[in-house]
Design a binder for this molecule. Sequence first.
Ligand code: NAD
Ligand code: MN
Length: 359
Amino acid sequence: MPDNLIRMAVILADGVGHDVLPVATEVIQAAAGACGVEVKPTVYGYGAQRYLEEGSPLPEDVPGLVQDLASKHDAIFFGSAGVDPRVPKEVNCRPLLRELRRGLDLYVNFRPAPLLDRRFSPLLVDVPVDLVVMRENTEGKISSRGEVFKEGTPDEVTVYDDINTYKGIERICRYSFEYARSHGYPKVSMTDKGGGVGIWYRVFWEVAGKYPDVEAEHIFIDTLCAELLRHPDRYSIIVTNDIFGDILSDLCAGLVGGMGMAASGCIHPGRVCMFEPVHGTAPDICFQDKANPFAAVLTGRILLDTLGHRKASELIWEAVRLAVKEDKLTGDLGGRLGTRAVGDYLVETVEKLAKEGGA
Ligand code: NAD
Ligand code: MN
């Protein structure tokens, strides 16, 4: 990939992706453009749109599709998969989302939750909150396999594997410490519910030993939930497995303003990665110009940072901060603007900041 070109697949998928992805794409292009980087988006209508046009949401060979997308692009920008009010309930893009995460071995699910303004926090905290959940994205319970025995009878038995490998834990822990170092975070907390006997505990401390400059701690998941409400400022990077990470990242998002703010990246350093807002398809508000584009825009910030365009990603961050300061907000954050108007403001602001030499 040449340093000054990003070939970006934009997969609108189901529901609200159609509202927020085009808007966020413009913001990404403006920020990258201001730093001499061209973003070339290719928009794909997989999901509900394809169903409406061709009768099925996805081609048959989804693994083949994922490999093809990865070979043609430098990054994949994905909406969300699930209910889209335009099509029957069972029609969705989920198999594609799953295959993107697993087929590309995107083992880091990076979910930052910075508090932009204390009025967005239900706790109205007076302390800075800047939480990052690093969720293992390829193993654990959710991504693993399960079996049902004697289904539908009173003797039904369901067994789900919980797969945790040395390789899987080592690489997500190492990524967390590397990120702490490169982005100035003081501490990495590992959370689980096995403590001193589990493989997570052993491997975490083994990796922590290689990063003496970053503080490390272990905390049980139940204790952490209470602590996050009482002292959210005491935590920064939290590394954990898929199921705890999934739950914790919604808790953290709730602490800083809700799903309209929550961005994420599915990352494997050095490979083609996928970036998606944490929220679902928002069937109650999609196609109405109501959705908050911040989650998708801040997902663009992660995309640019992961591809090494730190200055462009900072521009997006500064523009969102200004939008908050000047109340250019959608309804979920107490504002009056629509999706498109917030996006237009962000594009203008990115361009203005770049001219002033900001970020
Ligand atoms: P959701 O995130 O779609 O919506 C939860 C609430 O948050 C709703 O009130 C919605 O209006 C609001 N919301 C979501 N995004 C918003 C935004 N950008 N701006 C303002 N408000 C926003 O979750 P849900 O309702 O539980 O699920 C809806 C569908 O999405 C389901 O089919 C579910 O399976 C799917 N889903 C997909 C993903 C994913 O693709 N990663 C994640 C979660 C849910
Ligand atoms: Mn979730």
